[in-house]
Design a protein around this ligand. Structure first.
Ligand SMILES: Cc1cc2nc3c(=O)[nH]c(=O)nc-3n(C[C@H](O)[C@H](O)[C@H](O)COP(=O)(O)O)c2cc1C
Length: 222
């Protein structure tokens, strides 16, 4: 598969079939992602692959915390506290596209809550990945991590697998670290759903738009 085809085909998938993913395949994807560059070749990634009973236990704890209305401090701020344009409009459009596809009305808070909660079971994917960073590492490692994550997702496309990167899976870092036995001070970057796309699910039927490159690119040549 050409890189451009994998780039074009990758999308966030939020409903999966029950087909399990061979651990050998997951290991292969992680090894391929590990080819990503990183400053001084530090390779700061630490990956937890969670499936089966371990996933069920963790999902249950995350869902229970969400049901109780518990909130934990994330290990870092993924989103701004004060959204400004043009990002605010894009963010709203992103949510609207999801809810319109699922025909969830603005006032239907119960369905919105349920849809958001699906995040905490990695949308029912057979595998959830959790990505950690050593607490001594700095902002630069987040750049490295982005490359690792995208590499993983593109390699997954080639294997016929689907993914959804999930900041939501970083919202209860204490629960995740306690359950998986990672040090309390490690940084939970995010999670990711991995599995085979349920192509009959409505939620997977839309594609998100992108700004034309010309709107955010400037060429300088003299
Ligand atoms: C680091 C990261 C975290 C994300 N977190 C979530 C999430 O918690 N829940 C979710 O449904 N989608 C999440 N997304 C998916 C984005 O909404 C999605 O990438 C964006 O809308 C573009 O759509 P596409 O991935 O289908 O191209 C996340 C994406 C990234 C890169």
């Amino acid at each position: 598969m050409q890189v451009r085809s994998a780039l074009a085909a990758r999308k966030s998938v939020r409903a999966f079939t029950e087909q399990t993913v061979d651990p050998v395949t997951v290991e292969k994807l992680i090894s391929l992602a590990g080819k990503a560059p990183s400053g001084t070749n530090a390779q700061p990634w630490q990956v937890a692959v969670v499936s089966g009973k371990a996933k069920q236990r963790l999902d249950e704890q995350l869902i229970a915390a969400h049901n109780r209305g518990d909130e934990e401090k994330m290990d870092y701020l993924y989103y701004p506290t004060d959204w400004v344009e043009p990002f605010l409009s894009r963010r709203r459009a992103c949510g609207l596209q999801l809810y319109t596809t699922l025909q969830i009305k603005r006032e239907d808070k119960a369905r919105q809550f349920a849809q958001w909660q699906a995040n905490y079971s990695a949308f029912g994917a057979p595998v959830a990945l959790y990505f950690f960073l050593h607490p001594k590492m700095q902002t630069g490692s987040f750049i490295d991590y982005g490359m690792f994550l995208q590499s993983f997702m593109l390699a997954a496309v080639e294997e016929g697998l689907a993914t959804c990167p999930q900041a939501a899976l970083g919202q209860y870092p204490q629960i995740v670290k306690r359950e998986l036995g990672y040090p309390e001070d490690s940084i939970l970057i995010c999670g990711m759903a991995l599995g085979y796309e349920d192509s009959t699910a409505k939620i997977n039927s839309y594609r998100t738009p992108r700004e034309p490159a010309a709107t955010y690119t400037r060429f300088f040549n003299d």
